[in-house]
Ligand binder design. Structure first.
Ligand code: SF4
Ligand code: SF4
Length: 192
């Protein structure tokens, strides 16, 4: 029987996670976060809940799903806590437990991972189109939204940031071997 606390499991599943116990609750992370306004709890709030053992609240929070992995919090944390990586751990735990309230976020990550597994990199045009068509069709066909997305897409293309055809990296088989190993690790007991 696993006698570890939820806090311990998060720490163990995150490289450098042991530093989490040094959190000062200073709030620099939340203050740096571009997604903070949309989150149920700031990263600081999530860590307070983690410390208190509020597993259900943490795993059902939208906070990890709104994290865009910008690493602003991680670079500003005075205690060098790997905040962004902890967000990844929480997402993995939520998916593994089938206990998350934000299926659209998970649905967005599925095609992203699919492209990475098949080609070794994301394909933004395919990802955005698939996500909006299947999960936000009302937005997609709403004239103003459609216009806004079109403008953004045109801008990205002008800057060569939105290729229209997916590309495949070299040595894809090596990446796939790494991903398979990562999946095997993720399936270990620590996420149970
Ligand atoms: S910036 Fe670091 S020390 Fe401060 S609240 Fe966030 S995680 Fe804790
Ligand atoms: S890495 Fe995530 S949690 Fe940290 S500042 Fe960026 S969006 Fe916020």
């Amino acid at each position: 029987m696993n006698t570890q606390t939820f806090f311990d499991r998060v720490v163990e599943a995150t490289p450098g996670g042991e530093r989490l116990s040094r959190c000062l609750q200073c709030g620099s992370c939340g203050g740096s976060c571009p997604s903070g306004a949309d989150m149920d709890h700031t990263p600081r709030g999530i860590f307070a809940l983690l410390d208190g053992g509020f597993e259900e609240d943490v795993l059902s929070s939208n906070t990890p799903w709104y994290c865009v992995s910008c690493y602003a919090c991680t670079t500003r944390c005075p205690q060098q806590i790997p905040i962004t990586d902890i967000m990844y751990t929480l997402k993995q735990m939520a998916i593994h437990r089938g206990h998350y309230e934000h299926p659209h976020a998970a649905k967005f990550s599925e095609p992203f991972i699919g492209f990475v597994e098949q080609r070794g990199r994301s394909f933004e045009a395919g990802l955005a189109t698939r996500y909006h068509l299947f999960h936000r069709p009302r937005d997609f066909f709403q004239p103003m939204q459609f216009f806004k997305m079109g403008m953004m897409g045109a801008n990205m293309m002008r800057h060569n940031r939105l290729p229209l055809r997916p590309k495949t990296i070299r040595e894809l088989d090596e990446l796939q071997a790494i991903l398979n190993e990562a999946k095997a690790i993720a399936d270990q007991e620590v996420y149970a």
